[in-house]
Design a protein around this ligand. Structure first.
Ligand code: GUN
Length: 288
């Protein structure tokens, strides 16, 4: 029997509607409008698309959206000055600096300058450390989305064998921590791992976050496994256009797995929805 498709579009829309409901309640009962500031440096086309989508969805949820576009040749001190301004601004509850930053800027120092209470990306070392310590923390949005998608299939992840392929700070590492907090048994795999297909075949939950198109094949999967595909690679098509494909060979996975996220329409939809969740959470915490 073919696997079921985990519909990220529907799940993300539900989440956004819940956030919008909470925002309405906050405005009515507390006179508070959660605000998100997004900083985009330079004009990377993919980043511009993401930032536009964040702006639209933030406004659609009833929140205030503040966009700060800086030129690619901006100096470090000017970025840090903007972060200090946003840290001090009472109308801003969440700050996100779109990555990657242009060469010449010190990404680590810029992220470390964000007030951890406003770090809705969950990338500040304070939040990453709290997450790793099993403490409550603002957590990165894509991994949060992966957990929500998994929970649409499994009400509990306790004792399930999970494999996370990829160890980036944005996805793989925080995802491992979130899975541990859910009491899953986690294998962390990466480009140097040996016997990857074999490791994968043991897993009930497979998270592919390496950025290699269709790397995970159908015969790497345990029958019935839940497969969450974080990869997005843009490839040219024969008609001169492009299309997005994931890290998992989707058609093969559909023959073996129990449930699979599509690309597009899976994890990608969840990232911005979780950013709105984090902004709401930050606004609640900051305003007490
Ligand atoms: N670039 C791609 N994904 C992300 C993300 O989740 N956060 C930030 N800040 N930049 C990104």
């Amino acid at each position: 029997m073919a696997a079921s498709i985990i519909d990220g579009k529907v799940i993300a829309a539900d989440l956004r509607a819940q956030v919008a409901g909470e925002v309405t309640r906050m405005k009515r009962d507390h006179g508070l409008t959660p605000g998100l500031a997004v900083v985009l440096v330079g004009n990377d086309p993919a980043s511009e698309v993401y930032v536009r989508s964040k702006h639209k969805q933030t406004q659609a949820a009833g929140m205030a959206s503040f966009e700060h576009m800086l030129p690619a040749d901006v100096v470090q001190a000017d970025v840090l000055a903007l972060i200090a301004e946003l840290n001090a601004d009472a109308a801003v509850h969440g700050i996100l600096v779109q990555l990657p930053l242009p060469k010449g800027l010190d990404t680590e120092a810029i992220i470390a300058a964000i007030d951890p209470a406003k770090d809705v990306d969950g990338l500040h070392p304070y939040n990453a450390g709290r997450l790793a310590g099993g403490l409550s923390a603002l957590s990165p949005c894509t991994p949060l989305g992966c957990i929500i998608l998994t929970k649409s299939v499994h009400s509990s992840l306790e004792g399930l064998d999970a494999i996370v392929i990829g160890r980036s700070n944005l996805v793989g590492r925080p995802l491992v921590q979130l899975l541990l907090n859910e009491n899953a048994t986690v294998t962390i795999a990466h480009s140097r791992s040996r016997n990857l297909p074999e490791l994968c075949r043991r897993a009930d939950l497979v998270y592919a976050a390496v950025g290699k198109a269709e790397m995970v094949r159908g015969d790497w999967l345990k029958p019935g496994a839940t497969v969450i595909d974080v990869g997005i690679t843009r490839v040219p098509t024969t008609d001169g256009k492009t299309r997005l494909i994931g890290d998992v060979a989707f058609d093969e996975a559909m023959q073996v797995a129990g449930a699979v996220t599509p690309v597009p329409g899976g994890v990608g939809q969840m990232t911005v929805a979780c950013l709105l969740v984090n902004t709401l959470r930050a606004a609640c915490a900051i305003s007490g």
